[in-house]
Design a protein around this ligand. Structure first.
Ligand SMILES: Cc1cc2nc3c(=O)[nH]c(=O)nc-3n(C[C@H](O)[C@H](O)[C@H](O)COP(=O)(O)OP(=O)(O)OC[C@H]3O[C@@H](n4cnc5c(N)ncnc54)[C@H](O)[C@@H]3O)c2cc1C
Length: 495
């Protein structure tokens, strides 16, 4: 039988991988291939942090495939062209891949499928990334959902997710590598072709990423297990505290498809069955699963509103009077974590160093950018896109439009987060601030949220000199809030 190509994208795992499974089950020899084609993501080619992750995850995937005797082929350029080249080189007669849902990917995948079929190749796409694909959940009148709660209720009315697939048993016996010539599979392994993709940033900027994460399927499962054991039972409370490891940190693993939502779903159910599905534990588990639901909702909204990453879902916000920012002075201070508002700066430094930021803090820094600095949400979205290891077009757009008040199920614009109150509530000891802003660690906890309000003697004793080793506040929180609300009144009137 002629072989099948398994075309790898953001599904960097062997288990619960429907495309890999189908290719293996077809009885054909499986040839795994990754084609680097960032241009096919349109305006949203992956940013630096995502590329760092991709590099390491591809290596982990190559190692996992190699353990089954399968070499990973890496190519660059137009996906259809590269697949057709491989069809010619290997005699493959089928191609399997898992679907992506971003508008540009849908367009390019449609072209690929048509192109392959036109050449008589069996082309099959599968669902590996979602519990419910965006078009399968509909309102009573057949439309899409604009609010999370009814969306999630509709999802929960669906049959339970099917049990995840294992690693295909027949992979080990497939002879995908055999008979492939050196021109298809470089004999020296994937190091040279992987390095040629040039995905890694300069090494110093990757140190924090390196010490925080372990990309790959094994890293994802270790992360899930640790979370289930240590944090799931307390998730309801723990998820709100940025100084503790109260959330799963699975987002980059989920984004790159190193673990599937079905696997997470099943693992949570198994945990409940082991320890009892009741009380706080059940509440926490339900809340955690509903966060997986938010991920599904983001994909649903993006699928039905392809312009969502660039334009406000609520058109009224198209005319929002944003603040002028000559030379990007305000934006630059926000990006560098030099706004003089500790909770904001701590978050921006966490992001810069680790490629991740706690959800509560994402909302705080977002609100500060869009409301206190009155800069467009798209500027924050673009910065996150480059810096987050979990940068995901659907979730990032949803998050930013939520913060801006312009999106689906968004926070009302007049809700302006007060970073001091947020800090007092969710980082009462100031531990998160002390960790990310060591210059403020000597301050007593009650002054860490607003050092400019601390008495001069307290600042002196703590070794803090505003304007020298920590910034003065970039804006007055009260005045900037008023200005934001006044700006909002303008678009309300124009409605
Ligand atoms: C301004 C802003 C931008 C964001 N950008 C992204 C992004 O680019 N990529 C991304 O994955 N998430 C994004 N989020 C959502 C959320 O902050 C992260 O998913 C979450 O912090 C990841 O940490 P975790 O894995 O520990 O989450 P957990 O609390 O452990 O949740 C489990 C999983 O559920 C999903 N999830 C949780 N919260 C959300 C949410 N609000 N929206 C969508 N999915 C969610 C994630 O896949 C997450 O891994 C953004 C939120 C905001 C406010």
């Amino acid at each position: 039988m002629h072989p099948a190509l398994y075309w790898i994208r953001r599904d960097l795992r062997l288990a619960d991988n429907p495309a890999l499974h189908a290719a293996a089950r077809s009885g054909r020899a499986v040839i795994p291939v990754y084609i680097h084609a960032p241009a096919e993501a349109g305006d949203w080619a992956p940013g630096n942090a995502s590329n760092w992750w991709l590099h390491h995850s591809l290596r982990a995937m190559a190692d996992a495939l190699a353990a089954h005797g399968l070499p990973l082929i890496i190519r660059e350029g137009d996906s259809l062209g590269a697949l057709m080249d491989l069809v010619a080189e290997t005699g493959a007669e089928a191609v399997h891949w898992n679907r992506l849902y971003e508008p540009a990917r849908i367009a390019s995948d449609t072209r690929v499928k048509q192109g392959l079929k036109a050449e008589g190749i069996d082309a099959h796409s599968h669902n590996a990334a979602l519990l419910h694909e965006p078009w399968t959940i509909q309102t009573g009148t057949g439309g899409d959902y604009k609010a999370f709660t009814p969306f999630w209720r509709a999802c929960r009315r669906q049959p339970e997710p099917a049990p995840p697939l294992g690693v295909p048993a027949d992979l080990a016996t497939t002879d995908g590598a055999h008979g492939l010539t050196g021109s298809v599979v470089p004999s020296a392994g994937i190091t040279a072709p992987l390095d040629a993709l040039d995905l890694l940033p300069p090494s110093d900027s990757a140190e924090g990423l390196q010490s925080t994460w372990r990309p790959g399927e094994q890293g994802a499962h270790d992360r899930l297990e640790g979370f289930l054991e240590m944090a799931l039972a307390e998730y309801r409370e723990g998820r709100e505290r940025p100084a503790v490891a109260g959330t799963s940190r699975l987002s980059p693993h989920l984004h790159h498809g190193e673990i599937s939502p079905r696997q997470i779903w099943q693992a949570v159910q198994a945990q409940l069955a082991r320890h009892g599905a009741e009380g706080d534990r059940l509440d926490s588990a339900e809340m955690f699963l509903s966060e997986i639901g938010w991920r599904e909702f983001a994909q649903h909204v993006l699928y039905h509103h392809p312009e969502f990453p660039d334009e406000p879902l609520n058109p009224r916000f198209a005319d929002f009077p944003w603040q002028e920012d000559p030379g990007d002075q305000l934006l630059g201070a926000w990006q560098r974590g030099e706004t003089g508002i500790p909770l904001v700066d701590a978050g921006m430094r966490e992001l810069y160093t680790t490629g991740w930021m706690h959800n509560r803090i994402r909302m705080v820094v977002g609100s500060f950018l869009v409301k206190n600095l009155r800069l467009p949400w798209q500027a924050g979205e673009a910065w996150f896109w480059d810096k987050l290891v979990d940068a995901d077009l659907a979730s990032n757009s949803l998050g930013w439009q939520w913060v801006a008040g312009s999106g689906a199920d968004a926070a009302p614009y007049f809700r302006v987060f007060n970073p001091i109150r947020q800090g007092e509530r969710f980082d009462a000891e100031g531990a998160y601030i002390a960790h990310w802003l060591p210059a403020l660690a000597g301050l007593p906890a009650k002054h860490r949220q607003a050092p400019w309000q601390a008495p001069a003697g307290v600042l002196r004793d703590a070794g803090v000199t505003l304007g020298v080793n920590y910034s003065h506040p970039l804006v007055d929180l009260k005045e900037s809030r008023q200005a934001a609300l006044a700006a909002f009144e303008q678009i309300k009137k124009g409605a």
